[in-house]
Write a protein that binds this ligand. Structure first.
Ligand code: THU
Length: 162
């Protein structure tokens, strides 16, 4: 038996250490919280996607009385991005969250399903996506690729036929 280890690299920064483009993106993600439809959980998530062209696409979580029919903010934003700008590369995604039921003290990290979707778009564009997780104390967790948030990403190039 051999032991192997995975090293995940990420950064913690103060919001004001980021460049303006990224501060704006985080502010966009915070604004997107207002459009969350989170009547069942009271937990709102905003995501904002920055494209290489400079275009920005926002998304928020959309819930449903049939709970699994809802969708996370990150996937709303990413799927809309890919529908509207199928040929543009995604540079960065910023994520922010708010709960009306409790105080969020730490970074809210995207769920596994959303990380898998990020991984698909990284693969599609052959370029990593930078991920900014905004914490209420104005700290930002930065990952330079979803690979740092999702070890053992499901990959199967054989499944891609065209
Ligand atoms: N949610 C997101 O929008 N993104 C995540 O990465 C985690 C969870 C949403 C889904 C649901 O509407 C609410 O947060 C509570 O799980």
């Amino acid at each position: 038996m051999i032991k192997k280890e995975i090293i995940n690299t990420f950064f913690i920064a103060d919001l004001n250490e980021l460049k303006n483009e990224e501060i704006n993106l985080i502010n966009n993600a915070k604004s997107a919280l207002e459009s969350a439809y989170s009547s069942y959980s009271g937990f709102s998530v905003g995501a904002s996607v920055l494209l290489e062209s400079g275009d920005v696409v926002n998304g928020s979580n959309q819930e449903n009385v049939a709970y699994p029919s809802g969708l996370c903010a990150e996937r709303v934003a990413l799927f809309y991005t890919s529908s509207k700008y199928p040929n543009q590369k995604i540079k960065t995604i910023a994520i922010s969250a708010y709960s009306k039921n409790f105080e969020i003290k730490e970074y809210i990290s995207p769920c596994g399903g959303c990380r898998q979707v990020m991984a698909e778009y990284e693969e599609k564009q052959a370029q990593p996506i930078r991920i900014l997780l905004h914490s209420p104390n104005n700290k930002v967790l930065i990952a330079n690729s979803v690979e740092d948030l999702l070890p053992f990403i499901f990959r199967s190039p054989e499944l891609k036929k065209y």
